[in-house]
Write a protein that binds this ligand. Structure first.
Ligand code: ATP
Ligand code: MG
Length: 317
């Protein structure tokens, strides 16, 4: 079985509840809260598990929120490696207002990591013996240098692992200089990287090819929300549209998409199958309310639909 790791520097315990109406000054009587572990890499490990894959989720764990997160991940039978952190993990708060079905998401800032904790993460990575895929997802907390993902890339590449990256801004740029196997920006993140507004398909494709030429990245999957995604390498571009579904919440679509692609890559599937399954997983996540990730049965049925209704081969290069 392939050895897969995910890294989440800024994990969160998501606390969700519902209330009839959100109103100032009144006491708001909420339903019993539901807790879920979250943060990019953790979500990818959880979605991958639902699809039938295994991974080790690496994350800093601090305080009672960290203990709670570990317990919840244990319940989902997710393998974990935690680095103890002095500061407590953050807790986000999500409220659905029943009268309007509006979702209010209160995100807390992530706690800073100490230098010793940052070093401990790198020391653990240096010790890993076999890495097939290493997934880095999410933002970088205070106390961590912006080139941290570059250091991760260096270690993973030296061990012949394949690095999958889903982040943005400077952290993305730095890691791309070092060497990334697959990177999944959304169209806004790609635009930010090339410093241009990408409002047409030709501009989007040209930007992806420029990133492949200017940086050290083999595969770029650019996600386009409800429009699906395209995959670019230096030799080919595949486009796949997302099937239209009854969308409930797009939260977690990007993480489910990365998990879907990882599931295919770990089974040595082709890049076209990888893209189609990733889109199926991303779209499947949007069929669920709140922070819920994709369900395997939805992913499979969307994947079959895409395969039947799409061109046999989406390449046009
Ligand atoms: N409204 C939608 N309808 C159908 N599919 C969607 C929709 N939004 C997202 N998806 C699916 O999820 C994939 C990833 O979505 P998106 O491009 O929004 O990623 P993202 O911006 O990285 O998401 P996130 O906010 O979770 O990080 C898309 O390629 C598509 O398959
Ligand atoms: Mg994203």
């Amino acid at each position: 079985m392939k050895k897969i790791y995910t890294l989440t520097l800024n994990p969160a315990l998501d606390k969700s509840t519902t209330v009839e109406r959100v109103e100032a000054e009144h006491k708001l009587r909420c339903e019993n809260p539901k807790f879920e572990p979250g943060g990019g890499g953790i979500n990818i490990s959880r979605a991958l598990k639902k699809l039938g894959g295994e991974s080790v989720a690496i994350y800093p764990k601090g305080g009672p929120t960290g203990e709670h997160m570990q317990l919840l991940l244990d319940k989902e039978a997710i393998s974990q490696y935690t680095i103890s952190s002095q500061n407590w993990n953050r807790e986000n708060f999500i409220v659905v207002e029943q009268s309007t079905n509006k979702q209010f998401r209160f995100g807390m800032p992530g706690p800073a990591l100490l230098q010793t904790e940052v070093d401990a993460i790198l020391a653990y990575l240096n010790k890993l013996e076999d890495i097939d895929f290493f997934v880095v997802s999410g933002s970088i907390p205070e106390g961590v240098p912006t080139d941290f993902y570059k250091s991760v890339a260096k270690i993973v590449n030296a061990k012949k692992g394949k690095l999958i990256l889903d982040t943005s801004g400077k952290a993305l740029q730095e890691a791309l200089k070092e060497g990334v196997y697959l990177c999944k920006p959304n169209i806004g993140e790609l635009g930010q990287l090339v410093g241009e507004e990408l409002d047409t398909i030709p501009k989007q494709e040209a930007a992806a090819l420029k990133v492949i030429k200017d940086y050290n990245v083999e595969i770029l999957v650019v996600s386009l929300g409800a429009f699906g995604a395209f995959l670019a390498t230096k030799d080919q571009i595949y486009h796949v549209s997302a099937p239209s579904v009854n969308k409930k919440s797009t939260v977690g679509a990007g993480d489910s998409m990365v998990a879907g692609m990882l599931f295919q890559l770990a089974q040595n599937k082709s890049l076209f199958e990888t893209l189609k399954y990733g889109i199926a997983a991303g779209t499947a996540a949007t069929m669920n309310t709140g922070t819920e990730l994709c369900k395997k049965e939805d992913v499979e049925s969307l994947y079959h639909w895409i395969t039947e209704h799409h061109m046999k081969n989406g390449t046009h290069y």
